[in-house]
Design a binder for this molecule. Structure first.
Ligand code: FAD
Length: 474
């Protein structure tokens, strides 16, 4: 009997729990991906992300062909398409891996119900996390954690699952069988241009499983051993750059964990091991934010903390535009925003700097920044992005009341030679390093370089933000 495996954020065939379970049921298995019209019609889609995803789908199609089967691509609403296709192919069961996002949870519930109505089974698994929501709860009350550090302590202690066994061979559908689903939205894989999302710059990471595995190997043989020391320096290539692969499940999380364990065993140096553990902590941040979104879906709608629900933001459109374009007159902020606009990715330290600047210096609602990031990021992901923004805005679960970054101190500390600034803001690259990192560029020099004067004064804005915060708290 035919089995459908519905791919969503797991565009790979190896180390895939749901797929491997489906395969155990029957090797007459076909992969299905639905270009979800509800998602593609949103106004926070990033061209780089769509390009990466379509490239990964192309690789996934080849993986299916190599295994002897097909990946069928449909376009439309999954709630309508999946049950119809399953019915037309007379399948026994549709398998997929769960997701934490509110939209996906609701969509999956509807698909499940529609399948049930047609007496078709569905089976779902947790695949994208080392520990599913509900596995890591507070010891005292069995509640989800709201603070990262205790979450990490409990998370790291739990045993991690092994890599899932590979699939060897699948049986394909006949042409006749495929013909039965031709009118149900079956399409050839479109290009990003077809969908209106052209992207000409190189992607952060080559699409597909092979490239993601190579990148994981490269990182875990090299930069992982100095990650803690170098991860905050945006001029250095010191982080894994695997975020798009994590976003679309191009690499299995158990495989990633295994790579960190091997790196750990390959060294006897305590220092190197600490560096590896710092990277494992990032993997746990990813899981923490996914658990938070799963248990507190209201995070996606707005600030978690009540006092921020009525915060008197300035929301100055011109300031927002200057921030988006990297023309604020604060070199580190501008460098970061231009990196985002030109490459579809931004270094984590810089994400924190520009997020603090938008919310605390420009006093603009963090949700504007959250959306702009989603419109640009190759790795744009609701849980991590929302988590990062709420952390930076101080509106999230984190108990620390106010977190304000001084752009000059950040640049002095993390880009001391102005290398990152010079790379992304070339018009001021010939100025003294001191000018670049402190942002104190004499007006005449700035003018002759065509670089703007600072659009706000950091100290004044910091005071203003604190006063407003005090007012709403009382
Ligand atoms: P590495 O440093 O190599 O980390 C490895 C992996 O751990 C990352 O690929 C990512 O999956 C995960 N990770 C690392 N840091 C975090 C974090 N703070 N929160 C959650 N997961 C983390 N990350 C996204 O994947 N998508 C987003 O949309 C996103 N938006 C962000 C917005 C803001 C305001 C901030 C402050 C952070 C955001 N991050 C986001 C987290 C982080 O910046 C990126 O994951 C990281 O820069 C990706 O580069 P990397 O793969 O080289 O990371």
């Amino acid at each position: 009997n035919i089995i459908i495996f519905w791919h969503r954020r797991d565009l790979r065939v190896s180390d895939n729990i749901g797929l491997s379970q489906a395969y155990q049921k029957s090797s007459k298995l076909v992969g299905l991906f639905c270009l979800d019209s509800n998602l593609l019609n949103r106004d926070d889609i990033a061209p780089a992300r769509v390009n990466y995803m379509l490239g990964c789908l192309q690789h996934l199609q080849k993986s299916y062909q190599k295994l002897g089967s097909q990946l069928l691509i449909f376009q439309g609403e999954p709630t309508k398409i999946i049950p119809k296709v399953a019915d037309a192919l007379n399948v026994d069961c549709v398998f997929w891996n769960n997701d934490v996002e509110p939209y996906s949870k609701e969509r999956d519930k509807q698909v499940k119900e529609a399948l049930e109505e047609k007496s078709i089974q569905s089976k779902t698994y947790w695949d994208q996390l080392l520990h599913a929501p509900g596995e890591i709860l507070t010891k005292s009350n069995n509640d989800p954690y709201k603070v990262y550090t205790p979450f990490w302590r409990s998370w790291v202690k739990e045993e991690k699952a092994d890599i899932v066994e590979s699939i060897e061979k699948l049986e394909s559908l006949s042409d006749e069988e495929i013909n039965t689903v031709k009118d149900l939205g079956l399409i050839d894989l479109p290009t990003a241009k077809d969908l209106g999302y052209s992207w000409d710059a190189p992607l952060l990471l080559e699409p597909g499983e092979t490239a993601a595995k190579e990148q994981l190997n490269y990182f875990s043989d090299n930069a992982i051993y100095s990650y803690q020391e170098q991860r905050n320096l945006p001029a250095i290539d010191a982080t894994s750059k695997l975020s798009p692969a994590f976003k679309f499940g191009i690499i299995g999380i158990r495989e990633v964990w295994q790579a960190t364990v091997e790196a750990y065993e390959n060294t006897r140096s305590d220092e190197a091991r600490e560096n590896i553990q710092t990277w494992q902590q990032e993997i746990a941040w990813r899981e923490f934010y996914q658990h938070c979104l799963y248990f507190f879906p209201e995070l996606a709608e707005g600030p978690y903390r009540d006092e921020f629900k009525e915060f008197p933001w300035d929301n100055n459109e011109q300031h927002f535009q200057a921030w988006c374009e990297g023309k604020t007159g604060y070199p580190i902020v501008d460098a970061a925003m231009r990196q985002l606009n030109e490459t579809g990715w931004m270094h984590n330290r810089c994400r924190m700097i520009v997020a603090s600047f938008l919310t605390k210096d420009l006093i603009i609602n963090w949700q504007w920044g959250e959306k702009y990031f989603m419109q640009k990021l190759i790795d744009g992901d609701l849980s991590a992005n929302n988590g990062g923004w709420q952390w930076s805005a101080s509106s999230g679960m984190d108990p620390k009341p106010l977190r304000i970054f001084n752009p000059a101190s950040q640049a002095q500390k993390y880009d001391p030679d102005g290398e990152y600034i010079r790379l992304w803001v070339p018009e001021i690259s010939s100025l003294d390093t001191e000018c670049l990192v402190t942002g104190k560029i004499p007006p005449l020099e700035a003018h002759s370089c065509g670089y703007p004067q600072p659009i706000v004064d950091h100290k004044q804005q910091q005071r203003e933000f604190k006063e407003r915060y005090k007012r709403i708290k009382n």
